[in-house]
Structures are given as structure tokens and as C-alpha cells.
Write a protein that binds this ligand. Structure first.
Ligand code: ADP
Length: 338
């Protein structure tokens, strides 16, 4: 599809270039030959007007020689025009092809990304659906299915449905972020932001007996309150999800003249160096997380967080010494301009 679009675009660029070349060449050739013709006519009139001093035969000879030179010059001009056009159009074809490829490259990449995203999303949706289908089919085929087993099956199905609901919520968030890049920024209190995020993850922390510590100095920042709360909730949720029980997750802020840096540190599984750049991609999950029974997820959280960070120019990054060494996620928010 993109190959034929590139060819079409190349032909369009080439067509435009050829038309421009032909227009200028025609004009240049007409002007040059008209100038030559005028010179020849002037010479002819001058020679024919003085027959008394010059022999008629000599005049004819001179005129014949001039006519020959005139025709030669005309041919030379035509050859030069043709050669110049061939060079310009050949170089133009190559240039047009490169330009067409360059123009279509971002569209091609976006298209590929869209296909990959749809394939990944379908895969993620299919897995819980297939598992639910198998469980139900097995249960239906069992003539001795008791009430207890049926209830267990329903519980398991509810779990899968919850996963599907969280996946569709994540997908919807990503799609909405892609649609409306501009967000309304307000002057917000950093403490209020962090309090709100901490409240939202308190239940999960309590469940794993994890202590949430925050050492945040009050500051005003320029941000979209709801989005930055979402970003913080994603980081805190992950910190809790990927940490062993009875550990500590801390939120620390550090202010500079123009920004406030906020970091979330855990004592959890840590992230290997090779995976640190990949975890922000959609649907990416580190191998250890995929194999872990306790850490549910679809690999969308950090992609959403990264989008929010990009919109805020917040530079979201990760530092981890590796497996088992815990992780720190940091981002920065600008202070409001006074
Ligand atoms: P999810 O948590 O749903 O898998 P995310 O996009 O939030 O998706 O995270 C992507 C991956 O990054 C996770 O699967 C996990 O491997 C890794 N990760 C994220 N946060 C942490 C953390 N605090 N500690 C260890 N690994 C993490």
C-alpha cells in the first residue's frame, strides 16, 4: 500500500517538475533563437543595403555562412536544453522519490503502530475470554457439577471479567489521550495531589501491609489535577503490586527554582537495565511480571503514565539497580509562572 502511494507521489512530484522544466525551457529556447534570428536578419539587411561596395557573390557567401552558423547555434541551444532537462528530470526523479518516502514515513509508522496496537489489544482481550469459555464449556459437560463448583466457576469468571473491565478502561484512556492532546493546566497544590493519589491506593497498600511514606514539601505546580493524580496512582499501584508484603513505598519531592521533582520509590522486584526503556511501551510487561501470579496487569499503566508525562513535559523516568533492588520512578512538574 505504501509502496504504491510512494510511486504515485513520486510521479506527481515528477509531473510538476517536468511541467516547470518544459515551461522554462520552451521560453528560454524561444528567446534565445529569436535573439539569434534578429542578429542574422540585422546582418542580412546591413549587407544587402550596400551592394555598391561589396561584390554580390561575396554577400551571398557571407550570408550563407551566417545562415549555417545560425542553424548550428540553434541546434546547439536545442541540444543543451534537452541535456539540461534530462539531468534536471533524472535528479528530480530521485529527489521526488526520496521526498515522497520522507513525506509518507510518519504516516507509515503511525499505521504500523496502529496495526500492532490492534493486534496486541485483541490478543489481550482474547486470553481472558478464551479462559472463561473453556471453564464454562468444561463445567457444562460435567453432569455431576455441584453447587460448590458452579459458585467457584462464577467467582473465577468474575475475576476474568474484572480483568477485561480494567483492560477496556486502560484502552479507553489511551484512546482518549491520543484524541485530545491538549489538557487544561491549573495551579494546583502538590500536597493535595499526593493526598488524593495516596487515598486511592490506600486499600491495596493495606492489603499487602505496605507502608506509604511521603516526604513532600508543599509547593504549587502547574498541572492538570486529574491526570497527574492518575499518573501518581499508576506509579503507586505498580510500586505496591511489584513489592513484597510489609515493605515501604515512599513519595519524595525535591524543588528547584523552576520545577518540583517527585519520585516514588519501592523495595520491590526492581527492573533489569534492558527492560527499563521498554516498560513504557504499550502492552510491554517484564518477563518476571508475566510469570508472577500475584501481579495482574496488561502493560498499559506506564504507557498511559508516559502520555500524561509527555503532555506535561514531565520527563518520567525510571532508575533501578536491577532484579530485587527496588525501583524509583521520577517525574517533574513546572512551577507556575508568577
Ligand atoms: P502492568 O503493571 O499492568 O504490567 P505497566 O505498564 O504499569 O503494566 O508496567 C509495565 C511493566 O513494568 C510491568 O509489567 C513490570 O514488569 C514493570 N514495572 C512497572 N513498575 C514496576 C515497579 N515499581 N517495580 C518493578 N517492575 C515494575
Amino acid at each position: 500500500m505504501f509502496e504504491s502511494a510512494t510511486t504515485k507521489l513520486t510521479l506527481i512530484y515528477m509531473g510538476i517538475l517536468t511541467l516547470i522544466c518544459l515551461f522554462f525551457s520552451y521560453n528560454w529556447y524561444t528567446i534565445a533563437t529569436a535573439e539569434l534570428d534578429r542578429g542574422f536578419q540585422r546582418q542580412k539587411v546591413a549587407l544587402e543595403g550596400r551592394p555598391r561596395f561589396i561584390d554580390r557573390e561575396i554577400v551571398d557567401e557571407i550570408l550563407l555562412e551566417s545562415k549555417l552558423k545560425y542553424t548550428e547555434a540553434q541546434e546547439a541551444i536545442l541540444n543543451k536544453v534537452i541535456l539540461t532537462n534530462i539531468i534536471i528530470i533524472s535528479a528530480g526523479t530521485l529527489g521526488s522519490y526520496l521526498l515522497a518516502r520522507r513525506s509518507l514515513k510518519p504516516i507509515e509508522e503511525a499505521h504500523r503502530e496502529q496495526i500492532r496496537f490492534t493486534a496486541d489489544a485483541s490478543h489481550e482481550l482474547r486470553t481472558p475470554l478464551a479462559s472463561m469459555q473453556t471453564e464454562i464449556e468444561v463445567a457444562l459437560r460435567d453432569p455431576q457439577l455441584g453447587k460448590k463448583e458452579a459458585v467457584e466457576l462464577l467467582h473465577s469468571n468474575i475475576e476474568e471479567l474484572a480483568k477485561l473491565a480494567s483492560l477496556s478502561e486502560g484502552l479507553l484512556k489511551l484512546a482518549r489521550q491520543d484524541e485530545s492532546v491538549a489538557m487544561q493546566m491549573q495551579t494546583v497544590s502538590l500536597e493535595a495531589l499526593i493526598d488524593k493519589a495516596v487515598t486511592r491506593v490506600q486499600k491495596a497498600a493495606k492489603h499487602k501491609k505496605i507502608t506509604l511514606v511521603h516526604e513532600v514539601t508543599e509547593a504549587k505546580v502547574s498541572a492538570n489535577f486529574n491526570s497527574i493524580t492518575d499518573l501518581l496512582v499508576i506509579l503507586l499501584d505498580n510500586a505496591i503490586k511489584y513489592s513484597p508484603e510489609k515493605t515501604k513505598v515512599s513519595i519524595v519531592s525535591k524543588a528547584t527554582k523552576s520545577h518540583v521533582a517527585i519520585s516514588v520509590t519501592d523495595m520491590g522486584t526492581g527492573i533489569r537495565q534492558v527492560e527499563q526503556s521498554k516498560i513504557f511501551e504499550r502492552f510491554y510487561r517484564a518477563d518476571s511480571s508475566r510469570s508472577s501470579q500475584n501481579a495482574n496487569g496488561h502493560g498499559l499503566g506506564l504507557a498511559i503514565a508516559k502520555n500524561i508525562s509527555d503532555i506535561h513535559d514531565a520527563n518520567l523516568s525510571v532508575q533501578s539497580e536491577g532484579t530485587g533492588m527496588g525501583s524509583t520512578f521520577t517525574f517533574r512538574l513546572a512551577k507556575p509562572k508568577s
